[in-house]
Design a protein around this ligand. Structure first.
Ligand code: ATP
Ligand code: MG
Ligand code: FE
Length: 336
């Protein structure tokens, strides 16, 4: 089975050819971060235009690198939400055009399900499973009792973890997105600031990162006013330690409460080394639950993860018509 997959929900234009939902034949990712850097975030109009400019060559490159022809393909899968509507529409339109021209079934894929299925390149997914989904726009604990079922048992009440990284990075003068840079800096300092760990003891699985973000920004601005310079590495370490503590503690509690076979770590922030190492150590104490991390290279937005999720839906007979529309606020649903 060969699936041609599309992803264009935010600022990455990506096209992949995936075999049997877990072998990558090609995964072309054209990122636009350089165009958005000077604005400190993604500008929707700029994103749409870039997708339009990039998508055709991404398809060509994906097909060439995979060394397949359109006749070899079994289906076309595409992210149709959540994300920026103008950005999503570029991928959806391109996928429809190819599905129509080559008489291939069209598979609609939820971007967040795609993030979870990036883990499929590391291991098979065994249900019931729990996913800690941490990205630029989402921070969720997702319980999956069986294939195709998603229940959000907890989520952020304000900022997503990735969003907090990017906003804090801006105050440190880093360029967008700054998660990776803070992560690297965090390994060289100490947790001297002891920032708040919001909701860590609350009896629920929700998160909140805006208080941490404000505490961080206030600390830096206050020092600026006094003409003091704070240790950047210690700031980064303190921030990251707070984020990781809360994510790990709530995730561990969910793993204890729910009868699960697997914990999956996925989403852009799942690339965070501090988080990976911390959860690895914690999960060693829970040998009945297998810990599966999405491969670091597949944590950020890419079409290979959409191909993996699309394959599952393909097997279940999920199909979209050529009237498929982008849904910017798409939520988890039973995918089959
Ligand atoms: P969503 O998937 O919620 O729609 P998105 O697609 O924009 O949002 P992703 O591409 O999944 O988000 O992730 C991007 C985010 O991951 C950015 O906020 C970035 O700073 C963050 N990130 C990337 N690498 C790291 C890292 N090593 N540590 C922490 N954060 C990271
Ligand atoms: Mg991105
Ligand atoms: Fe994403």
């Amino acid at each position: 089975n060969l699936i041609l997959a599309f992803e264009s929900s935010c600022d990455e234009t990506s096209v992949a050819v995936v075999e049997d939902g877990h072998i990558i034949l090609s995964n072309i990712v054209a990122t636009q971060v350089n165009s958005h850097k000077r604005f400190g975030g993604v500008v929707p109009e700029v994103a749409s235009r870039h997708h339009i400019e990039q998508i055709t060559s991404c398809v060509q490159d994906a097909m060439t690198e995979a060394n397949v022809s359109y006749d070899d393909l079994d289906a076309v899968a595409v992210t149709y939400g959540p994300g920026l509507v103008g950005a999503l529409l570029v991928g959806v339109s391109a996928a429809k055009a190819i599905a129509f021209a080559h008489e291939l079934p069209l598979i609609p894929v939820n971007h967040m399900a795609g993030h979870i299925f990036a883990a499929r390149y590391e291991s098979e997914i065994n249900y019931p499973s729990m996913a800690l989904l941490v990205s630029g726009g989402h921070t969720e604990l997702v319980y999956m009792p069986e294939e195709g079922q998603f229940e959000i048992i907890g989520e952020t009440r304000d900022d997503a973890a990735g969003e907090a990284y990017d906003k804090v990075g801006r105050v440190l003068g880093m360029t967008y997105p700054s998660g990776k840079e803070i992560d690297e800096l965090a390994h060289t300092g100490k947790d001297t600031f002891n920032f708040p760990r919001a909701m860590i003891k609350d009896d629920n699985y929700d998160f909140s990162f805006s208080g941490l973000k404000s505490a961080f920004i206030n600390t830096v601005h206050h020092a600026d006013q006094l003409g003091e310079t704070l240790d950047r590495a210690d700031l980064a370490t303190s921030f990251q330690q707070s984020v990781v503590d809360v994510l790990a503690e709530k995730t561990l509690r969910a793993c204890h409460e729910y009868d699960i076979k697997q914990l999956i770590l996925a989403g852009g922030v799942a690339a965070n080394k501090g988080l990976r190492v911390r959860l690895e150590a914690d999960m060693e104490k829970m040998p009945t639950v297998e810990f599966v991390k999405a491969p670091i290279k597949l944590c950020g937005d890419n079409a290979a993860m959409i191909g993996a999720a699309g394959y599952v839906e393909f097997l279940k007979g999920q199909r979209a018509g050529l009237d498929l529309n982008a849904d910017p606020s798409l939520e988890f649903d039973w995918i089959a």
